[in-house]
Design a binder for this molecule. Structure first.
Ligand SMILES: [Fe+2]
Ligand SMILES: [Fe+2]
Length: 167
């Protein structure tokens, strides 16, 4: 059984993962509107992954005999600026999620720590992937042709990867 405090903390993380999904969906909408279909599909795949993360918490709370309590999902921003700024915001958000999982890990029992280990590894990968993209956007420095190439590249890799997180 989960303690009430740990159950609450896991439900809070479920909510943060749901918000992550919503945030990336809003970024996908932004890119659709800005004429970058490749970035949009990449963000949409990210949103799908975050939903999977949320459902992992949903299942874990249930499996431990806890009670899932769904909370309101905050409204994400609708405007994000340049592609570089969008990916910088994404990196900042992933760092926030990493810190929240680390904090959760510290208050967790051993079974929950075993469950959370997957997320800690996943966050290393997420920060690496998004960090490399931020570097690529910095190199592109707002150049139209470079952005067009990156848009094609991210769109193609997403399609080829079948929704994997890899760039
Ligand atoms: Fe996540
Ligand atoms: Fe993530």
């Amino acid at each position: 059984m989960l303690t009430p405090e740990l159950e609450q903390a896991l439900n809070d993380q479920l909510n943060r993962e749901s918000y992550s999904s919503y945030l990336y969906l809003s970024m996908a909408a932004h890119f659709d509107g800005a004429g970058f279909p490749g970035f949009a599909s990449w963000m949409r795949a990210q949103a799908d992954e975050e939903h999977v993360h949320a459902m992992k918490f949903f299942d874990f709370v249930n499996d431990r005999g806890g009670r899932v309590r769904l909370q309101a999902i905050a409204e994400p921003p609708a405007e994000f600026g340049t592609p570089l700024q969008v990916f910088e915001a994404s990196l900042e958000h992933e760092r926030f999620i990493t810190r929240s999982i680390e904090t959760l890990y510290e208050q967790a029992d051993r079974s929950t720590q075993a469950f959370l280990a997957w997320f800690l590894t996943e966050q290393v990968e997420e920060e690496k992937t998004v960090g490399e993209l931020v570097d690529a956007f910095r190199l592109a420095a707002g150049s139209g042709p470079a952005l067009l190439l990156l848009d094609r590249e991210l769109g193609a890799r997403r399609a080829a990867g079948g929704g994997e997180a890899e760039v």
